[in-house]
Ligand binder design. Structure first.
Ligand code: TZP
Ligand code: MG
Length: 211
């Protein structure tokens, strides 16, 4: 299995990134210290996901920052992405693993302790836990878990976790204290006036939080 670093995980959003676009946002965030990038576009067709994904792959080539594709397994395979991320209502993790083989990363969203108990480390590489806070970025999100819920869920997980949902740089300390390995953010980077500076600021808080 590939190595990966969940510490600053950028999840792209086409609307929030519309001023400079998802590819340029990812490039700037990578320069600012993002350690993973996810292409997430709920409206896109598979062909559109592939087109954007290939551009992202080229932008991230040689950086060691893995490109993860949200939901669309066929797009992830066509892009030659480093991984795929699915939610509980998407294709079942076991079926995704069968389709992608052993080499690609597989991330799964987990919102409750019950779901955390069901995660199979033979199938899933990492889990996204949240939302930590309510967020406008995902209108249909599940109830927020807060830092205490995050800690309870993380304690039950057999794989590393990244916290998502309303996450900002000032939360880094409490997120790492809860046992998560990183911060997954959309609006804290996408659509910020200076996405590179925003990423650097989060990255600096992460370094401080881990000391
Ligand atoms: N899954 C749970 S919350 C969320 C996703 C994709 C959106 C997080 O966005 P933001 O802007 O970082 O709150
Ligand atoms: Mg999904």
């Amino acid at each position: 299995m590939r190595r990966f670093d969940l510490s600053l995980y950028l999840v792209l959003d086409p609307e929030l990134c519309r001023t400079i676009g998802m590819v340029e946002t990812a490039r700037l965030a990578m320069h600012g210290g993002a350690t993973m990038v996810q292409l997430r576009d709920k409206q896109a067709t598979t062909a559109e996901m592939i087109a954007t994904g290939l551009e992202l792959k080229a932008a991230l080539a040689g950086t060691g920052v893995p490109l993860i594709v949200n939901d669309d397994v066929e797009a992830a395979l066509a892009i030659g992405a480093d991984g795929i991320h699915v939610g509980q209502d998407d294709m079942a993790a076991v079926a995704v693993r069968e389709r992608i083989g052993d080499l690609m990363l597989l991330g799964l969203s987990v919102e409750t302790e019950e779901l955390a108990r069901r995660v199979d480390p033979a199938i899933v590489d990492y889990v996204g836990v949240g939302p930590v806070f309510a967020t406008d970025t995902k209108p249909d999100h599940k109830p927020p878990v807060g830092f205490d819920g995050l800690a309870r869920i993380v304690a039950l997980l057999p794989v590393p976790a990244v916290a998502i949902g309303g996450v900002r740089s000032e939360h880094a300390g409490r997120i790492f204290s809860a046992g998560a390995r990183g911060l997954a953010v959309v609006s804290a980077i996408c659509g910020q006036t200076d996405p590179e500076a925003a990423t650097k600021a989060i990255s600096a808080e992460i370094v401080r939080a881990r000391q």
